[in-house]
Unconditional design. Structure first.
Length: 139
């Protein structure tokens, strides 16, 4: 934990759209909690607006979206647009799921953080969020 930090990192884990497969999101939520983070899991079938509003209300440091439905090129740009409209420039948007490498790169160029493929060690995801927050979040 960073010496400057006076509270645990807060991460919102979300499933956006009609994708009903949430085992991976629950595994990530548990792993982040076990890494010392406060985790808010929104549950299934969230809209981008619901996710961003919940992130604002919960004052999170990061939003993690799990997506397996193939709608990543719609969901992530909409969430990043809403985050910009609400001036959430100091909140990380990350995620993972079935996302082709070319799409991951395009989303990164739009402002989405690192995206993780299935099978990524959960410790890598927790470390990434912690390192990003240490560099980008005021505490």
């Amino acid at each position: 934990m960073n010496d400057k930090r006076t509270r645990p990192l807060r991460v919102l884990v979300a499933k956006v759209g009609l994708d009903g497969h949430d085992r991976g999101a629950k595994v990530i939520a548990t792993a982040l909690r076990d890494a010392g983070m406060e985790v808010i899991y929104t549950g299934l079938r969230q809209t981008p607006e619901m996710v961003v509003n919940a992130a604002l209300q919960e004052d999170v440091d990061a939003i993690g979206i799990s997506i397996l439905s193939g709608a990543h090129m719609t969901v992530f740009p909409k969430v990043i647009q809403l985050m910009k409209e609400k001036q959430m420039d100091d909140v990380l948007l990350t995620g993972g799921g079935i996302i082709p490498e070319d799409d991951m790169q395009a989303l990164n160029e739009m402002g989405v953080g690192k995206l993780f493929a299935p099978g990524t060690p959960t410790s890598d995801i927790a470390s990434y969020i912690q390192e990003w927050a240490n560099t980008n979040r005021p505490f």
